[in-house]
Design a protein around this ligand. Sequence first.
Ligand code: MG
Length: 431
Amino acid sequence: MRIVRLEVCDVRFPTSRDLDGSDAMNPDPDYSSAYVILHTDGALKGYGSTFTIGRGNNVVCAAVMAHEHLVVGLTLEEFMASPGQVWRRLNGDSQLRWIGPDKGAVHIAMAAIVNALWDLYARFEGVPVWKLVSCLTPEAFVACVDFRYITDAITPEEALALLRAAEPAKVARIKELEEKGYPAYTTSAGWLGYPDDKIRRLCREAVAEGWNHIKVKVGRDRADDIRRLALIREEIGWDRKLMVDANQVWEVPEAIAWMTELAPFKPWWIEEPTSPDDILGHATIARAMEPLGIGVATGEHGMNRILFKQLLQARAISFCQVDSCRLGGLNENLAVLLMAAKFGVPVCPHAGGVGLCEFVQHISMIDFTSVSGSWEGRVCEFVDHLHEHFTDPCEIRSARYLAPQRPGFSTEMVPVSVEKFQFPNGSVWAS
Ligand SMILES: [Mg+2]
């Protein structure tokens, strides 16, 4: 089966109108998708996407099309034979590499293509992506990963040993996932723009729905954070885990001072306390948080496996928040899962936005069946927005992601939604 056409659609949802997704750094996001369709000479198509928050989505769409010469003509058989080599080819075009490498619009554009290739592969095999990867042999799994620049942290041989150790219990874990699903947490209650009565109502609803891990936004106003966290603790009690997310707004000393004041509310982690590129800054914050019992979490703006390597080597994070579309698609996520397992840091993927929940459920499930072998101390993010635009939306029951059953990566969009929300000519924007 050969890819004959690469198509990309600029799809944007006007979420800023209701302040959904508002935080200290991003007050008015319009959740958007650079949505990729791989057309083949057969009956199947592959669907993938990457996430942005509005303006600039067109730049990412242009970056997707800049890969056209690497995608059109590629056969599914080539990808299946060596996903790692195809990844490296997509990532290694020397002219495109100049506007990266491994970062920025060109890298997240590549993620959309890579994820579409995995979707196509899984559709061809008639299984969901998580199960496809779970059923790979350790050797085939290792062949998905480009170890370039990370062999000082993990070698292919070490990765193989780690995967082989997880192998005997894999079948039982697949069964367990299909019965119980994967633990999740909710971010739906605590966007910064929401008024108090809405936060209280959403917290009460979250408790009633069985959520035991709840994350809220902080970082705009210290006194206001203290007031909001007090009312949130009133609603959710002290047994549930509460996580806070500053979305990169603080200086390093400011993060330490601010979080010391929020420590009485017992946050489980502080997410993105400062610049996503500041590895040593995160390490400094992590050392200061240790006596307070607060972990440092980051990764949703973690651009590549090299940055994650350094975060792990510097012991800068207690929770590793991979992103399905910020890293270069599934292959690079697998590289980070392997490193996190080696360093003993739990992976709690970033989600929300549009399509990210659909993607990351697969990643957490692969981590459980094949890499870390555990969901202890791990939760996968869930945000209850925009799932109605997907043909196979993620499903939550009792605060767990149910294991997807349909073939693919769960991110094919409903065609009517693509048409209606296409920017700038879809009916939602044209009016
Ligand atoms: Mg976040």
